[in-house]
Design a protein around this ligand. Structure first.
Ligand SMILES: [Zn+2]
Length: 282
């Protein structure tokens, strides 16, 4: 009986969470952008940060319920977005033109650089070829999100390497661009000790919890133990919610089921930390 009551309570909490305000910091394109955006709004998303092929990304516009923050995906393996394999840019280049990028920052068209696909491309996130983009992001005070950790099958990037997903590789760029706002995507899992070490030493580094909050990729118990590690390490102000096109309802339920975090901590993860990180709002 106790178990049934507990389960009902969890379902109730998950249902209540659909009215939770959410800033989804990790989203990619979909075949049906309007439907995707409607679904996210129904789950409480009021703001999202998107990166996709440049062409598809243009279909994502802010509306009355949803603010869209545009990123810039790079570098693109063989000119393509992993998985969907659309060309990132019209000219089919791997790296976008730096003057074009600066203009997009100047006029506010893009508000972050990411997802940085260095691991898929087969280079370190601290590779010199990325420095001009980091320098611009630092100059215009916009965040940079770096893909870390692993990847699912079928991404189609021939130079992908597991070792290049280790967040410790971001240390050189953090030292070269000390004012750059950086977030480690996917919490760096399974390189958690390295993510924790980097975040301990570099207070400007945040992380998103996409992929680890997806029960089809990480079992709930594993997600719970990772979150506990981050909370115990003192990072409750630097964790950000991301769905990465996974089932957002399951991702929210995963957070609601965590027994060790308070509702104030949940709010920080759902949107408050991202507001501060992206927009400097308290
Ligand atoms: Zn990623």
């Amino acid at each position: 009986m106790k178990k049934i009551i507990l389960k009902l309570f969890v379902i109730f909490i998950s249902f209540a969470a659909t009215s939770q305000k959410i800033f989804d910091v990790h989203l990619h394109g979909d075949k049906d952008p309007a439907n995707q955006m409607e679904h996210l709004v129904a789950s409480g998303v009021y703001k999202l940060a998107i990166s996709s092929s440049w062409g598809l990304q243009q279909k994502y516009k802010s509306n009355a319920q949803l603010t869209v923050i545009q990123g810039l995906m790079l570098p693109c393996p063989e000119g393509k977005v992993p998985y969907s394999l659309q060309f990132c840019f019209e000219n089919q280049e791997d790296f976008p033109d730096i003057v074009w990028v600066e203009n997009l920052m100047k006029d506010g068209t893009i508000q972050f650089i990411g997802e940085i696909l260095s691991q898929y491309y087969g280079i370190s996130p601290s590779d010199e070829r990325l420095f001009p983009y980091y320098a611009l992001a630092e100059k215009y005070d916009i965040p940079v999100g770096i893909h870390t950790g692993l990847a699912g099958p079928g991404h189609g990037s021939p130079n992908f390497k597991v070792s290049l997903g280790n967040p410790i590789l971001s240390e050189d760029l953090l030292q070269k661009f000390p004012k750059l706002k950086v977030w480690i995507m996917h919490a760096g899992a399974p390189f958690l000790e390295e993510t924790i070490a980097i975040m301990k030493y570099y207070p400007n580094v945040y992380t998103d919890i996409s992929a680890i909050n997806n029960p089809y990729i990480f079992p709930q118990a594993e997600f719970s133990s990772i979150l506990k590690k981050f909370i115990d390490a003192g990072f409750e102000d630097r964790l950000m919610f991301g769905s990465d096109n996974g089932d957002i309802k399951l991702a929210i339920a995963n957070i609601e089921e965590l027994p060790f975090i308070s509702s104030a901590q949940k709010e920080k993860i759902y949107y408050r930390n991202a507001e501060i990180f992206f927009l400097g709002k308290q």
